[in-house]
Design a protein around this ligand. Structure first.
Ligand SMILES: NC(=O)c1ccc[n+]([C@@H]2O[C@H](COP(=O)([O-])OP(=O)(O)OC[C@H]3O[C@@H](n4cnc5c(N)ncnc54)[C@H](O)[C@@H]3O)[C@@H](O)[C@H]2O)c1
Length: 484
């Protein structure tokens, strides 16, 4: 168990933080008196088992105006800030932590008011845009400074480590089964040993990577009218789901889809749509069935596609298409449908399910496609029973996020002066070593799935589905469109 003798501040004590705190005390030896939690909602009851041990609870809200003095009250150099709130501007809080030598971890890159600004180009609404701002700020710093790990939850977060594990597993199987021989096998093994995952992906012929998720957790307390029910932050989901859909755009793609926009500066590894993520549906797969999921924008689409790009000078010669394909729990699917009917005005009642879940699992992994095995899925199949065994009263979705936050925190304690890091820049074996005991069934499996494998045209001859039957890995084959 690693020890930490300085202070830890949690901002936000919602679904993820509730699950993170007990795991943190399990894996890091820290005096509860050194831990403070800030949340503007009443959390006395939820925190009572921890405040009785010495954890301090402060009911307050971090705002643009009070952020610096408030953080300064609880934190100084060498301390840790765990940001599990929503809509705190990432650049401002990162700058504050940098200036004060405070270690920092969050699970998404946010801004003070994501709904402000009226009519904007879709590109300006993107996570890509936010990442470019973080990069520009970081580039001005004279030294790296205290470590800050951004976007280290389940996805973004663990999914980057699943992807690396998957690339290694595919390469190993290729070599063991003599699908890669001689020089090709040597080259693959060399790239794996060097950790050059972009070259591994290119040599394997990987074209597309989905973060594919199916949440099968169900309840006997169904969603009521005017209620949004989910297994994690409803505010967070609404924010990312009702804005532009975004994806890492592969070099194999032949045609830009309708409503797509490109960026004009930076690595230009992403495109975005003038269409909401929750209304952009794709075919995908989890072990062992097909799903349709939503291309909700997420940090992993940016960082994984960026890190897996192979550049020749300023030209990207290889990059896979990378995006989320999210099929949430049934209650959330129904909640979204009601939200659409209400023209995206959030329902007045919000509920994150915990004890009322009766069964199910969160099945979350990297679906890596286009190589000689066709598809390969690596990730976590965590049941509600197992997550309750690990931490009572928590659900499988928040467990996958919480263990990742704790793993990143442990890495920061051991590596305190690394500056800003995205998940792809942390060692995957370190993070997975800590996380696996909390991920239930850890799966790494091949599949002959392609987006066209199970497709049946119900109106064959009477509609004109726009597919590329010569290359199954074109984005248009995944996208659910009119006439399919
Ligand atoms: N990367 C991932 O895998 C992943 C997964 C789930 C959630 N998340 C993100 O993690 C964050 C937390 O998620 P959650 O499910 O716990 O959300 P939640 O809505 O359950 O909890 C957030 C809590 O933060 C508090 N809060 C919000 N803004 C605050 C502020 N300015 N000052 C003080 N308290 C504040 C709220 O009152 C709430 O209790 C969200 O940003 C969400 O998008 C990331």
């Amino acid at each position: 168990m690693i020890e930490f003798s300085k202070k830890i501040l949690f901002v936000g004590y919602g679904a993820v933080a509730e699950c993170t705190l007990p795991i943190l005390f399990n894996l890091i030896k820290v005096d509860p008196k050194n831990v403070t939690v800030i949340d503007f909602e009443s959390k006395e009851e939820k925190l009572s088992q921890w405040t009785s041990k010495g954890v301090r609870y402060v009911r307050d809200r971090v705002t643009q105006d009070n952020m610096a003095p408030m953080l300064g009250r609880y934190l100084s150099a060498g301390d840790i800030l765990i940001d599990l709130a929503w809509n705190i501007d990432a650049c401002e809080i990162l700058q504050w932590c940098h200036d004060h030598g405070v270690l920092y971890v969050n699970t998404s890159v946010e801004v003070w008011d994501p709904y402000a600004g009226g009519r904007k180009r879709p590109t300006e609404r993107t996570l890509y845009w936010r990442h470019m701002k973080v990069r520009a700020m970081y580039a001005k710093w004279k030294e790296k400074g205290a470590t800050a790990v951004v976007e280290h939850g389940a996805n973004p977060g663990l999914i980057s480590h699943f992807t690396k594990q998957g690339l290694i597993d595919i390469a190993s199987a290729m070599i063991a089964e003599k699908k890669a021989k001689g020089r090709k096998a040597e080259s693959l093994a060399g790239h794996v040993a060097a950790g050059s995952f972009n070259h591994v992906a290119r040599e394997l012929g990987v074209k597309v990577i989905h973060c594919s998720e199916r949440d099968t957790q169900i309840t006997d307390v169904p969603k009521q009218i005017d209620e949004f029910v989910n297994t994690w932050s409803i505010e967070g989901f609404r924010e990312e789901g009702t804005t532009t859909s975004e994806l890492g755009w592969g070099t194999h793609e032949k045609k830009l889809p309708a409503f797509a926009y490109r960026h004009k500066s930076g690595p230009k590894n992403q495109i975005c749509f003038a269409r909401m993520g929750i209304n952009t549906w794709v075919r995908s797969w989890v072990p062992n069935y097909s799903i349709v999921g939503m291309v909700v924008r997420h940090g992993e689409a940016f960082t994984i596609s960026d890190k897996l790009t192979v550049w020749e000078g300023k030209r990207p010669v290889y990059r896979p298409t990378v995006h989320y394909a999210y099929c949430p729990c049934d209650e959330a699917v129904v909640s979204l449908n009601e939200l659409r009917g209400y023209n995206y005005q959030l329902q007045p009642k919000l509920r994150i399910m915990n004890d009322e879940i009766t069964k199910g699992a969160d099945i979350l992994g990297a679906l890596i496609m286009g190589h000689p095995f066709k598809s390969w899925w690596v990730g976590s199949d965590l049941t509600i029973e197992e997550s309750r065994r690990l931490v009572p009263h928590q659900n499988a979705t928040t467990m996958q996020v919480a263990i990742s936050v704790v793993a990143a925190t442990m890495w920061m304690i051991e590596n305190p002066a690394e500056g800003i890091k995205v998940p792809d820049e942390l060692p995957h074996d370190y993070v997975l070593g800590i996380s696996k005991p909390y991920l239930g069934n850890f799966i790494s499996t091949r599949s002959d799935w392609t987006p066209l494998r199970d497709y049946k045209n119900a109106f064959s001859g009477f509609n004109r589905p726009d597919f590329d039957t010569r290359d199954p890995w074109q984005f248009k084959n995944f996208l659910v469109k009119d006439g399919d």
